[in-house]
Design a protein around this ligand. Structure first.
Ligand code: DHB
Ligand code: FE
Length: 283
């Protein structure tokens, strides 16, 4: 009989393999010209050559790098590596001209097609889902203040132990994932639980780099969202919690001041609620 694994038995190799498999299902649209590939690849290599000269990198360090890069691939950790250390700059450049709400990185754990839910909804969760109840509510509008009826608010986040469904064993498929459809006035209210901070898996190549460099492996507790409406630009965003651990020391450098929620206790004292409006730019 095979024993059922629990989420705490997640391994870097298993969550990395799942993130890699998911990424491979993405519909890639790449049409870079030879000129652009040449310009970017040449500059990227020159930047690396400069680091080698500056630090007088030795042959043994070069071999360590080669071994480490091979292990990143073997552990399936390329999505994790890129989303932790590179994506925040891609996001910054992609959205620098936006007038509406600020975005943030997507990270490796988005799964399209989460169950559709009404404008006030509770995310799929286990009967005894641990964690502080949290209600996130607000409105989706255009940059000129018009409500966007039936805007789509996709949300996904880690549980109270910091694990994501579909990337750690033992969790129901759509746990803490949903697609909330806003009402006529663009309003939404999502009942869930507050996620825990997320620690980069320590037993894989990324964890090895973090340990070798003496870095913190943590991301602050966060909610992931994708907010969209016809004729408007989709925004991918994360929301954080004021005053909590790692908000000032996110290994993925993905916190922005306007993305920090200030939750308040709900009337009857059972849990928290937090307000967040989203403003979408026209397409
Ligand atoms: C990673 C994990 C996250 O939950 C996230 O939001 C961003 C990056 C990662 O492990 O790479
Ligand atoms: Fe995340």
């Amino acid at each position: 009989m095979t024993e059922q694994l629990t989420e705490q038995e997640a391994t870097a190799a298993a969550s990395g393999a799942a993130a890699t498999a998911r990424f491979r299902q993405k519909n890639l649209q790449v049409n870079a010209s030879q000129e652009r590939v040449n310009a970017i690849a040449t500059d990227a290599l020159q930047a690396l050559h400069e680091v080698i000269r500056k630090h007088k990198v030795t042959y043994s360090e070069y071999d360590a790098l080669k071994a480490w890069l091979i292990q990143v691939g073997e552990d399936g950790e390329w999505p994790l590596f890129l989303d932790v250390w590179i994506e925040h700059v891609v996001e910054q450049v992609a959205n620098e001209n936006r007038k509406g709400s600020a975005g943030s990185i997507e990270g490796p754990y988005y799964v399209p097609g989460a169950p559709e839910l009404p404008s006030e909804c509770t995310l799929p969760m286990r009967e005894d889902e641990p964690g502080t109840p949290l209600a996130l509510y607000g409105r989706v509008t255009s940059v000129d203040g018009e409500p966007l009826p039936h805007a789509k608010v996709e949300i996904w986040h880690a549980d109270d132990l910091g694990y994501y469904s579909q990337y750690a064993p033992g969790l129901p498929e759509w746990n803490l994932r949903g697609t909330c459809i806003a009402d006529e006035e663009g309003r939404y209210k999502i009942h869930t639980i507050k996620p825990a901070p997320y620690e980069i898996p320590k037993d894989g190549a990324c964890g090895k780099l973090i340990a070798a460099a003496g870095w913190s492996a943590w991301r602050p507790a966060h909610l992931h969202l994708k907010v969209s409406a016809p004729g408007h630009q989709l925004i991918t965003v994360q929301l954080y919690f004021d005053g909590e651990d790692y908000v000032d020391n996110d290994i993925a450098s993905a916190v922005k001041p306007e993305l920090i929620l200030k939750p308040t206790p709900v009337g009857d004292g059972d849990g928290l609620e937090a307000h967040k409006d989203f403003v979408l730019d026209p397409e």
